[in-house]
Design a binder for this molecule. Structure first.
Ligand code: SLL
Length: 161
């Protein structure tokens, strides 16, 4: 196919994690191992949960090898985040591999995310800010996906939303 010359299409998205310590506000479900201290989720999604599945078709999350079934492939559903929920005790690096719509001709691309369970900062104030008052630890990254001179068919997909 032909490319749309001189054209760049950018699409914003968010990736990252949210973790909650087990406690009165987040009771530990039955059957979770004793040494697990947190529930957490890692995700890729649109801003305010806008749809991104029309350009990002699936996402592979590679978790720590100590976790059963540690490579998770999540298929896109319109308007739904790409999401993995887990429980555990430790922080680690997660490889997040984005697979694009077939028409795009783009190779998959990987971003790396450090799963945060514990707030960090130089001061108590900084740590508290990271907890956001709710006890959650959020580590979110705003990103922009750039499609440079997209194929015409993919350009149609990107702009007919
Ligand atoms: C650490 N380098 O030592 C890290 C590894 C691994 C965390 C952390 C296991 C969960 C499960 C889990 O939380 N692993 O057993 O399902 O801190």
């Amino acid at each position: 196919g032909k490319r749309v010359k001189g054209t760049q299409i950018t699409r914003p998205f968010i990736y990252g994690s949210t973790a909650r310590p087990f406690g009165p506000n987040n009771p530990k479900p039955d059957g979770i191992p004793d040494d697990h201290t947190h529930s957490w989720e890692v995700f890729v999604k649109g801003i305010d949960d806008t749809d991104i599945a029309y350009w990002c078709r699936r996402v592979q999350f590679k978790l720590h090898e100590s976790i059963p079934n540690h490579v998770r492939m999540i298929e896109g559903q319109p308007g739904k985040p790409f999401l993995v929920k887990e429980t555990g005790w430790g922080e680690f690096e997660i490889a997040i591999k984005l697979y694009y719509a077939t028409e795009s001709g783009e190779k998959p691309q990987t971003v790396y995310h450090h799963l945060r369970l514990h707030p960090y900062g130089r001061t108590e104030e900084e740590k508290e800010e990271m907890r956001g008052g709710t006890g959650e630890v959020r580590s979110w990254v705003y990103e922009e996906q750039v499609f440079n001179e997209p194929f015409e068919s993919f350009y149609q997909v990107l702009t007919s939303g």
